[in-house]
Design a protein around this ligand. Structure first.
Ligand code: AMP
Length: 625
């Protein structure tokens, strides 16, 4: 039976895991990696995903997309600043949404994330030997409604059945708590590439209950990298009066080098950043180089204010859970950025406890997602595990004077349903517009509007008389559905909250079709390359046989003549010609092997068969060179 998997769709890296014999296990990708860079590159007709895309980023900065999770489900006005520092073009899309422009085409962030999901699942399907369709995808706990909905849509565009969207820290706690006995209060501190989450959970007897969650969806390791980039570019500008950040290729190299330096500083106290030929002097056209030493102390100074920002969400989560630091039994670190020594220090400082480092911060989230997939599909090995999660932000409606009337407050257990009655402000008001708002501030303008809808046809009545029941229903994914009903007339109107930044149904359908077509085109292209690689391997094998064989020269010449046709056939576009040359070369080679060494046909065929798996991998790598 096809298995359900768990996917950690990370800002920087993604991981996929599956339950095997009652335990979650990471599935390695086609390149043998346990994590896959969340990077998608567009090269001509082709899409490259993962390590292969990351490798060519500096050469193709305008069409290599990374950290796209920062834009998913966002409004343009929320991400302008991040967009400006991106080497690729991020711009405003329809209705204030975000689009990424690549080679003249506008892509929704969901479409780009779908490519990452597609690659993860395709590789995993090949590894486990069955087609995978059912997935649990994780999101930062602090993701709002549209970010969750957009993530779910990314799964849909990738042709997947998204069983559930779950919170990353909750998933990490599931992975951590699976083998723990007894009751514990755990604080999960999750600092990844682009987001920060803190979640407090009670674990005990198979129940994982989230008490509170808080965070910052604009804080992560990439911000640390950008501090180094700004410092490097600033130093360079002082010296050469040229801003490297304006050159996409130089910026991409700066970012990569900054990330490497940051990672080195997690174990070393000093590192050197060396970027030869970073640009040319605009006047003399001589090449300019950049070399700087960065100490850990300087790095800590550069990120000082970012580090301070983790303090408030931790304190808020403690307050919301009505706990003090002393009540926390374990602090679990998740996300690559928790490897930064000063991050560990600040966690210890806030909670007053040495963090537990028993879980692998890169893999815990995907492992927990696999456990959740197992729970949903009824994996018998898991027994009775109950997961109780919460909604991270308060949900309400706008009322007179631009105020918010909260219906479901933050840290309410999900699924949740709440109804409240509202009325009209004017006499004979024929309808009301319901503006659904998410956030903690009292005024609508300071929060995020998730969407608006109208309830019309209210019978004429004095102000204050109509009874309009508004119901908020949050499903287990944390996604909201809203209905409004006027009681006397029974008029009803509802929306599933798909605000303007998320895609509408027809767009998703179009993108699913496009993604399928792209996948088919990719497959055809790969097969074309594989056929040519196989033929080329056969040519190499034949040339070797010609050298080693004891057969007559005339037979060798005949085989050589066929190998001479290979190059032309490979260069051409004619698959029939490839098949013809392949067939003739196989026959000639078989003859040569029989004549020369007395080997039988079986061995010859085996030798050819053996070249194939290597070629498949080769073919995958070739387009990137
Ligand atoms: P994640 O989203 O959990 O994959 O975290 C990725 C972030 O962790 C990126 O910003 C990485 O640069 C960062 N990261 C990974 N390893 C380290 C390390 N050893 N030291 C510092 N940062 C790291």
């Amino acid at each position: 039976m096809p298995k359900a998997v768990g996917i950690d769709l990370g800002t920087t890296n993604s991981v996929i895991a599956v339950m095997e014999g009652g335990k979650p296990e990471v599935i390695v990708n086609a390149e043998g990696g346990r994590t896959t860079p969340s990077v998608v590159a567009y090269k001509g007709e082709e899409r490259l995903v993962g390590q292969i895309a990351k490798r060519q980023a500096a050469l193709n900065p305008k069409a290599t997309l990374y950290e796209v999770k920062r834009f998913i489900g966002r409004r343009w006005d929320e991400v302008k600043e991040e967009a400006a520092r991106s080497p690729f073009t991020v711009k405003e899309g329809p209705s204030g949404s975000v689009r990424i422009e690549v080679n003249g085409q506008d892509l929704a962030p969901e479409q780009v994330s779908a490519e990452v999901l597609r690659k993860l699942v395709a590789d995993a399907s090949a590894k486990v030997g069955t087609g995978i369709k059912d997935v649990v995808i994780t999101v930062p706990a602090y993701f709002d409604n549209s970010q969750r909905e957009a993530t779910r849509q990314a799964g849909e565009i990738a042709g997947l059945n998204v069983l559930r969207v779950i919170n990353e820290p909750t998933a990490a706690a599931l992975a951590y708590g699976l083998e723990r006995k007894g009751n514990e209060t755990v604080l999960v501190f999750d600092l990844g590439g682009g987001t920060f989450d803190v979640t407090i959970l009670e674990l005990g007897e198979g129940v994982f209950e989230v008490r509170s969650t808080a965070g910052d969806t604009h804080l992560g390791g990439a911000d640390f990298d950008h501090r180094i980039v700004d410092w490097l570019a600033g130093e360079f500008q002082k010296e050469h009066n040229f801003d490297l950040r304006k050159d996409p290729q130089a910026l991409q190299r700066l970012i990569e080098s900054a990330e490497r330096a940051k990672i080195e500083l997690s174990s070393a106290t000093e590192t050197t950043l060396s970027l030869p030929f970073i640009t040319f002097d605009p006047e003399t056209r001589t090449p300019l180089h950049l070399e700087r030493t960065l100490s850990r102390a300087k790095f800590e100074e550069l990120i000082g204010d970012l580090l301070k920002r983790v303090r408030e969400p931790v304190q808020q989560a403690l307050r919301d859970a009505k706990l003090s630091p002393n009540d926390i039994n374990e602090v679990i670190l998740v996300g690559g950025s928790t490897r930064v020594p000063s991050v560990k220090r600040i966690v210890k400082d806030i909670v007053g406890k040495e963090p537990n480092e028993s879980v692998n911060p890169d893999e815990a989230v995907a492992l927990g997602a696999a456990v959740q997939a197992g729970i949903i599909t009824g994996d018998a090995n898991l027994g009775d595990i109950v997961l109780v999660d919460v909604t991270p932000l308060t949900l309400g409606v706008e009322v007179k004077g631009g105020m918010v009337a909260p219906l479901i407050t933050r840290n309410t257990t999900v699924p949740a349903k709440k109804t409240e009655v509202f009325t009209t402000a004017e006499n004979n008001q024929p309808g009301v517009e319901i503006n659904v708002v998410q956030g903690e501030r009292p005024m609508t303008v300071d929060n995020k509007s998730l969407g608006r809808f109208k309830l019309e046809g209210i019978p004429p009545m004095p102000a204050g008389r109509p009874q309009i029941e508004v119901t908020f229903d949050i499903d287990a994914n944390g996604i909201l559905h809203v209905t409004a009903k006027e009681k006397s007339s029974g008029k009803e109107s509802s929306i599933r909250i798909e605000n303007t930044t998320t895609l509408d149904k027809s767009e998703v359908e179009r993108m699913v079709r496009e993604a399928e077509q792209n996948a088919a085109a990719d497959k055809a292209r790969r097969e074309k390359i594989e056929k040519r690689n196989n033929l080329d391997s056969l040519r190499v094998q034949a040339l070797q046989q010609i050298e080693e064989s004891q057969a007559e020269q005339s037979l060798k010449d005949r085989v050589k003549a066929v190998t001479d046709e290979v190059e032309g056939a490979i260069a051409g576009d004619d698959d029939a010609q490839i098949a013809d040359v392949q067939k003739r070369l196989e026959e000639a080679l078989r003859e040569l092997m029989q004549a020369g060494s007395g080997q039988d046909q079986g061995q010859g065929a085996q030798a050819q068969g053996k070249t194939q798996p290597d070629d498949v991998i080769d073919a995958d790598f070739k387009p990137a060179d």
